[in-house]
Design a protein around this ligand. Structure first.
Ligand code: NAD
Length: 501
């Protein structure tokens, strides 16, 4: 059953870097194997970038920035290119989704949704830069001040393996919309879909050198680390684990680089007794099992009011058992294969820890019929106490912890009782409680009686160990631009004159 997987059409011969408009190998020729998560067999080689490759890519991006024309083009002209990118991504959506699903193990229907979202990211920032207004301030009769917004230079973009193409678009869109040039370092587990960017950008007419990409690892001396430490890269936008974020923060410190960090999460979904239970169960199932549970904003801790706790756990476990595990390429699949055997081992080790710490009510093993590959049954633990590791630590797979609470105060205390603070989901029909809880919960984003649906204009980011700064909408424009204040004297000079004779 599990060997039923065919490589998608259009697979490149191997995955290379893309520097100054050319596909190139690593200068030292080093490559690494990329594996298919259904078979765990290597299916393609990818170039492994080091400092020398990053140096070339940054030099190309810097030249494109210094010599133009991209940074000084009219926003309308840049927006046309971005809209063409969006059109191409849409047109090639099926091909992209097939590659993403094959490489990452994401269910194909969800991969298709992510490809559409990637197109939207470019369209959205095309609109935003055309509509962009900047502040101006007047001091009547004396002074006018205005803000001169400028692209910053070479942006380093470092991305993770979950929904890789969409998360790359989330950084590429605003970074290039605002006139910067970029070096992208895709995640080493999932470099396949990123190999389509060069063709998409070339066809859309993005000038040579504005987009560069170096594949490979993040560790010291490799591509990610070298990008962070490159003196000609003043900005780093990073999405990944909190511990990697800490390393990057320290490595970027000597240059005081601009940093945007979207990090890990262990987000609570709080279900009060007065909630619409059907809606809450559907949404919290989707919230942790969609995207294979490999989702930063997953509601992976469900806190449930005591009076409905038993009913909730019973219904939730029953529904989790009905979630369809299948091959990534099967359109009816709801949960497919985790990205990599290393990650599979990590998730399964938490499942074993959970069996010691709490009550297993669904899943807990390998699904029947899937003897190989990184398949995990949708797994539900009940009666999880806040000191449990499965309550505190990010598992990043289809595993959820359910915990009862007695009062609003206890619910809040439990919700805030981790080092993370990315998202929170609140289910109640009491509007006042919903608002008060939102104010007090320690999270960058809150969804009230809602699934994780995000309007692209809203700020996105976490607090505590979940992130630093916000992107999304105008916050992305702010991150990728310098805001220079220009002061114009309109009247007499009011400065005191020193050394007057
Ligand atoms: P990771 O931190 O292991 O790797 C992310 C990227 O950083 C990869 O490209 C990797 O090669 C690179 N990297 C690793 N070490 C580096 C270093 N020292 N210097 C520079 N680059 C380095 O994360 P992952 O396992 O790929 O992704 C999963 C994590 O990402 C989870 O914790 C998840 O919550 C988080 N995530 C957060 C968001 C968000 O928006 N908050 C979104 C998606 C994923």
């Amino acid at each position: 059953m599990t060997d039923v997987t065919t490589a998608p059409a259009g697979l490149p011969e191997k995955i290379r870097h893309y520097i100054d408009g050319q596909f190139v190998d690593s200068l030292d020729g080093e490559e690494f194997d990329v594996i298919n998560p259904v078979t765990n067999e290597p299916y393609i080689k990818a170039a492994s970038g080091k400092k020398a490759d990053i140096d070339r890519a940054v030099a190309s991006a810097k030249k494109a920035f210094d010599e133009g024309p991209w940074p000084t083009m009219l926003p309308r002209e840049r927006a046309r290119v971005l809209n063409r990118i969006a059109d191409i991504v849409e047109t090639r959506g099926d091909e992209l989704a097939a590659m993403e699903s094959y490489d990452s193990g994401l269910p194909i229907t969800q991969a298709k949704g992510q490809a559409n979202r990637a197109a939207e990211n470019f369209r959205f920032f095309a609109d935003l830069i055309v509509a962009q207004v900047d502040d101006a301030f007047k001091v009547p009769g004396r002074q006018a001040n205005y803000v001169n917004r400028k692209p910053i230079g070479v942006a380093g973009l470092i991305t993770p393996w979950n929904t890789p193409f969409m998360l790359e678009s989330w950084k590429l869109g605003p970074a290039i919309a605002t006139g910067n040039s970029v070096v992208l370092k895709p995640a080493e587990f999932t470099p396949l879909s990123a190999s389509l960017w060069p063709g998409i950008f070339e066809e859309a007419g993005l000038p040579r050198g504005v987009f560069n990409m170096v594949n490979g690892f993040g560790e010291e001396g490799y591509a990610g680390d070298s990008l962070v430490k490159h003196p000609d890269v003043p900005l780093i936008s990073f999405t990944g684990e909190s511990s990697t974020g800490q390393t990057i923060f320290a490595n970027a410190a000597p240059w005081l680089k601009g940093l945007s960090m979207e990090l890990g999460g262990k987000s609570p979904a709080v279900v009060f007794a007065d909630a619409d239970l059907d809606a809450a169960i559907n949404a919290t199932i989707f919230g942790v099992f969609s995207l294979n549970g490999e989702r930063c904003t997953a509601g992976s801790r469900i806190l449930v009011e005591e009076s409905i706790y038993d009913e909730f756990v019973e219904r939730y476990a029953a529904q989790a058992k009905r979630v369809k595990v299948g091959l990534p390429s099967d359109p009816s699949t709801e949960v497919a294969a985790l990205v990599h055997p290393e990650h599979y081992d990590k998730v399964m080790s938490y499942v074993e820890i959970g069996k010691e710490e709490a009550r297993l009510v669904a899943g807990g093993g390998r699904p029947e019929g899937f003897e190989t590959g990184n398949f995990v049954e949708p797994t539900v633990f009940a009666d999880v106490t806040p000191d449990a590791r499965i309550f505190q630590e990010e598992i990043f797979g289809p595993v959820v912890a359910i915990t009862p609470f007695k009062s609003d105060e206890e619910a809040l205390q439990l919700a805030n009782n981790t080092k993370y603070g990315l998202a929170a989901y609140i289910w109640t029909s009491d509007l006042k409680r919903a608002h008060n809880f939102s104010q007090a919960v320690e999270s960058g984003m809150v969804w009230l009686n809602s699934n994780n649906v995000r309007d692209l204009r809203t700020p996105f980011g976490g607090v505590k160990a979940s992130g630093l700064g916000h992107e999304g909408g105008y916050r992305s424009i702010d991150f990728y631009t310098e805001q220079q204040s220009v002061h114009i004297n309109l009247g007499e000079v009011h400065n005191p004159v020193f050394g007057k004779q």
